[in-house]
Design a protein around this ligand. Sequence first.
Ligand code: NDP
Length: 455
Amino acid sequence: MATHDFDLFVIGAGSGGVRASRIAASLGARVAVAEERYLGGTCVNVGCIPKKLFYYASDFGEGFDDAAGFGWTSEPRSHNWKKLIENKDREIARLNGVYERLLKDSGVTILDGRAQLLDAHTVAINGMRYRARYILVATGSWPVMPATPGIEHAISSNEAFHLDAMPQRAVLVGGGYIAVEFAGIFHGLGAHVTLVHRGPLPLTGFDYDLRAVLADEMRKRGVNLRLNRTVERIEKTAMGIRATLMNGDTLDADLIMYATGRRPNTRGFGLENAGVEVNSTGAVAVDEYSRTSVENIYAIGDCTDRIMLTPVAIAEGNAVAQTLFGPRPMKIDYQNVPSTVFSHPNVSTVGLTEEAARKRFAKIDVYKSSFRPLKHTLSGRDEKTFMKMVVDAATERVAGCHMVGPDAGEIMQGLALALRLGAKKSDFDATIGIHPTAAEEFMTMRQKSPEPASA
Ligand code: NDP
């Protein structure tokens, strides 16, 4: 007789939780997944997917401008925000349905509500108790809003997807993925955008050159960058909202959006009842198999302290399902995880930055290329594409590839595979390019950058 209602009880039906549920069910496990908000989690509802749809919407603005040099006339031009939101909402509702069907077709039981751990094997939800052999915590993350006076007048990315109207003047606070992506989105849709970042350049942790090139390109487009600045307070005014910076400058806006990081969503799920340890950042502490301090409880995705990216959560979800119900334990390789910032222009990266490679290797070779994309010879747009390759001189293996420019993410995905396979610079050199593309430039980089000391 079964002593448990389920073999696996998953808390959170975001990208990672759904993948773990489906794979576990396909491996014969009896699986339940609890979700209190929306199927598909942040990525589907208030993250990657609607953000990319907004990105496309904003990109048309530049497309219209660029088309003139190719003979097109596209005036008068206007944008209907309500239509964008309606169409986006319809697509998200469709995806919610797809997720529901995928789970049900896999035999997974979906429980709507907030699950609470009562002990290491018991979960309570909607007045019911379920016993589970294994539990997977996949509760994601939530935007952090600092305790700035007047912060209640600001929004986070959660609300940005449901605005009644497009702001004419937007202030973005933060210099990470979300701030630069939304700076590009609002600017592309016609807003006057100011980005306030406490650091000297956006995208801390990315290769320095990428950060500098992105800042230049954002400025060229007309985004007002207020770097090395923080917001002291926010007030409502007769004309909108006002942010006062530490140096006394004021910024008047219709919308102030904070994108100052996301915090693991680990409170209020009864983790302490089961003895699950949470580290100093509030994230669930896990080992390389995503196992928590409790033997039968696992955690994946943003609620752990690893890489906050959807494909990483999906890979972790799959690995946990394979470990528990598959033929052998599986762990994730966190090296060379590629990522793309959907800023205008895109920033994409895989592997080590130049700064990290200098620390890791005795000697590195750096190749850089900056050029005007063919399209802009006729569009007239003053935009440069930038590419960079970092090579470990001793082994000649490519340690990092970085790019700012259109479709950078589409290009970087293939390069991530090359790096995973240990490609050397000579392999890139021997690969025939596709002409005329931007990507071919990664195959034809010949000139080493001078060493910093001699530069
Ligand atoms: P990030 O961690 O990327 O950036 C946070 C930014 O906020 C940093 O610039 C940071 O400054 C700044 N910051 C933090 N605290 C404060 C504060 N108190 N006052 C002022 N500035 C502050 O977070 P995001 O919110 O942009 O995104 C969260 C995560 O979601 C990302 O890290 C990423 O993993 C994921 N994501 C991925 C996307 C993609 O793959 N395209 C898109 C969107 C999100 P500093 O740099 O000085 O620390």
